[in-house]
Design a binder for this molecule. Sequence first.
Ligand SMILES: NC(=O)c1ccc[n+]([C@@H]2O[C@H](COP(=O)([O-])OP(=O)(O)OC[C@H]3O[C@@H](n4cnc5c(N)ncnc54)[C@H](O)[C@@H]3O)[C@@H](O)[C@H]2O)c1
Ligand SMILES: O=C(O)C[C@H](O)C(=O)O
Length: 348
Amino acid sequence: MRTHFLRYADAVLRRGASSSQFFPRAFSSGSFPERKVTILGAAGGIGQPLSLLMKLNPLVSNLSLYDIAGTPGVAADVSHINTRAEVEGYAGDDQLGKALDGSDVVIIPAGVPRKPGMTRDDLFNINAGIVKSLATAIAKYCPNALVNMISNPVNSTVPIAAEVFKKAGTFDEKRLFGVTTLDVVRAKTFYAAKAKVPVEDVNVSVVGGHAGITILPLFSQATPPSNSLSHEDIKALTKRTQDGGTEVVEAKAGKGSATLSMAYAGAVFADACLKGLNGVSDIVECSFVQSNVTELPFFASKVRLGKNGVEEVLGLGPLSDFEKQGLENLKPELKASIEKGIKFAREN
Ligand SMILES: NC(=O)c1ccc[n+]([C@@H]2O[C@H](COP(=O)([O-])OP(=O)(O)OC[C@H]3O[C@@H](n4cnc5c(N)ncnc54)[C@H](O)[C@@H]3O)[C@@H](O)[C@H]2O)c1
Ligand SMILES: O=C(O)C[C@H](O)C(=O)O
């Protein structure tokens, strides 16, 4: 039964992978290098299913689960799954260093989620401080790790982490990622349903940032292309992708925001990072990174991942007039969110 479930999960996850197979089975896990993945916020709504998915990933040899409380239980539970990763649970500030020590990839879903009526920026006051203290610990205990930032508002938390790392002298723009994979996951799902194409064949880039109109899906470049979608259809798909998080927040009616789809998206992105570290070629995902693609210092676009993290930040490609307008519209909000994060990190 359990084997059957694992095969099923594996098949589902593989089908969802974009640029490459999610869980490679070409080699036994013994062929993969040792990789330690740490999840900060592992006892939360995202953290728990993400811990499960990372335990299923044969690229992970050590899975370190950290939260302010509750992690021993999550770790004990997940550790019974008969896959490669050795699991350790850590709880509380005094165990943070041990949790982070030797990490190759650190995934951060720590912080409060939205309730109906809130914007992601409304989370800034609480999450900015959490991210700043966690980034300070990363700079101290695992300065070479790839950091996958999930905590919102991503448009500000990534610049906060960058400032912390700069101050500590450990900043490497190749190693800091805002996780925008859920926007891509949504864009693919919504496009496939509307264009009536198999969802596993769909690829859509989503650029800009991760909040409201800063989320800009590039449906003009979607593959397979669709001739059947009208301009109105594209506008509606764009709006639904931009409002995808709010759709979940409202449906959960006060019980938080996306957790399961985010755990999936976070696992896809972390898997891509691990494959890049392991030297697998041509791993491309969208992510919010330090960027020269526009005049903004951080921007989400396709990035090629490799042994050092970001190998190449890819350009936007040809945009439709609607997307060109969307790009200009998003810049003031994204700029303000980036500057807010930088200011916070410099003043606190
Ligand atoms: N990037 C995205 O696409 C995306 C998608 C969904 C949610 N999010 C964001 O992810 C964050 C977490 O969402 P959630 O639903 O898992 O929330 P949650 O409240 O269920 O879990 C958050 C966890 O973080 C822990 N935490 C708080 N402070 C911490 C600290 N200093 N160190 C370690 N852990 C700490 C909490 O104890 C809790 O277990 C939110 O900010 C949410 O907005 C981002
Ligand atoms: O919408 C949220 O607050 C959570 C997350 O950013 C999402 O896109 O689902």
